[in-house]
Design a protein around this ligand. Structure first.
Ligand code: ADP
Length: 178
């Protein structure tokens, strides 16, 4: 309330998002919200059972069918240094269908939820760029554009990228977008 909307400062880091000291960490979850591999598994492992319990509660109450692709929802971050986890579901990459709008939506909706809970610093992984198969350069370009164009009170959007390859793709996309 009263915080002006602006473009967040975008920073790129190479590392493990579970260690990020931010208000909220974004999880590349799946619709079921019951945990999984990749960054999802890492967040649940490091954050402990409170996160899964909060996800179960969401499934029992507001999200009986799970979280739709492109949307986001917040839970406790359990034992993580962050205060909240914002779970979002990116689209599975498909050559035959352009699902970029759903990937952009995952970032936009995560920032909207961050505003709702009052998170000023938010760490993002490369959503859909792992098991969901998105080509890295494209995933990076869509991510950076979506965050840059978002109207939000979030002060810092920190991309925490797990490998040199993903980091390099984001660095290239950041350069080519000025
Ligand atoms: P998706 O199913 O959306 O593709 P994944 O978790 O498989 O999600 O991959 C998304 C990205 O998260 C990949 O670039 C993967 O390398 C990265 N990743 C995996 N573990 C971590 C972690 N601990 N911190 C940050 N990024 C991670």
């Amino acid at each position: 309330m009263g915080t002006p909307e602006r473009t967040p400062e975008i920073t790129l880091h190479r590392g493990d998002i579970t260690a990020a000291e931010v208000d909220a960490v974004v999880n590349a979850a799946n619709s079921g919200l019951m945990g999984g591999g990749g960054v999802d598994g890492a967040i649940h492992r490091a954050g402990g059972p409170a996160i899964l319990e909060a996800c179960r509660e969401l499934r029992r109450t507001t999200l009986p069918d799970g979280l739709p692709t492109g949307q986001a929802v917040a839970t406790t971050a359990g034992d993580l240094p962050a205060r909240w986890v914002i779970h979002t579901v990116g689209p599975v990459y498909a050559k035959s269908q352009d699902r970029s709008h759903l990937l952009a939506s995952a970032y936009r909706e995560s920032l909207r939820v961050a505003d709702e809970i009052g998170a000023a610093t938010v760490a993002f992984p490369a959503v859909s760029a792992g098991v969901y198969g998105w080509p890295l350069d494209d995933a990076a370009r869509i991510a950076l554009t979506a965050v840059r164009e978002a109207k939000t009170a979030v002060r810092e959007a920190r991309f925490v990228l797990f490998s040199d390859e993903v980091y390099a793709a984001f660095a290239r996309a950041a350069q080519s977008n000025g």
